[in-house]
Design a protein around this ligand. Sequence first.
Ligand code: NAD
Length: 307
Amino acid sequence: MRILVTGGAGFIGSNYVRYLLDSRDDVDIVTLDALTYAGSRSNLDGILNHPNHEFIEGDICDRELVADLLEDTDAVVNFAAESHVDRSIEGSEPFVSTNVQGTQTLLDAAVDADLDRFLQISTDEVYGQILDGTFSEADPLEPRNPYAATKAGADLLAKSYETTHGLPVVITRTCNNFGPRQHSEKLIPKFITNAAAGKDLPVYGDGSNVREWIYVEDNCRALDLVLQEGDPGEVYNIGSGIERTNLEVTRAILEFVGGSEDQITFVEDRAGHDQRYALDTEKIERLGWEPEWSFEEGLKRTMDYYL
Ligand code: NAD
């Protein structure tokens, strides 16, 4: 099976490419990545020259390039995105361009190439916030920040290509990932490196916002299962059930690193900051998946990587 992995030089994409090469011997992977500030060849160290892997630097909005790459490809896994909420609040243009138009370019090429499978990687943020309970796949999309709005747009577009063109699209919506190779602008890597350097840990608002955290390897295993066994046209939530407030995450990191509570500084809250996300994962569990990593084990592995 030949798979085009877009955004494979980013955090989750690079973990996923490694996961596929380690766990399957029936795949040839082409990684397409524009190497924005968030992507890096070094995330693919050790697998750039793997016999079943080829890296191509390029943009998912490049229609000709994408059409060429899809000519002899069986499946697309689309991780490529602008992914940082704070940046989307500062300026949403690159988010619309990559997350919406880039996805549309891939979808058009996928229809022309008569692809067997198109896996669109999405996020729990498309549902908006939930104060109690969990979101199921049938819940309406009510994104509240520009990043989430562009991801919701891409989900709807992808789903519409399944309905109107019969493209076998499957969509996954995952909670917050953590693990090796995440960009240092994101909460866990930033706080680990700040804590170890004796610097401040800037917590938004009062730190009470709740996120559901999944270790990236658990997510990669779920994505591969959905790629192989998910039903076309379906959405699958991927979550761990591990909920932590930002303050709890901050304290756990300080405890691991041996830092001081004095390093915590409360800063002005993010505009429109979603209070809580949580996912109902019954549907993917019916495919036979369940998370294996505890928060503490995953955090320890992540710490080892960054420190
Ligand atoms: P990331 O920012 O680490 O990686 C994104 C990658 O996409 C980078 O390598 C970047 O160079 C590449 N890219 C950006 N624009 C591109 C373009 N126009 N053409 C080709 N490549 C381009 O992001 P991530 O955290 O690894 O997230 C990957 C995907 O998973 C995204 O679609 C994101 O929305 C989704 N997701 C992430 C999380 C999370 O917690 N990180 C949770 C749920 C869903």
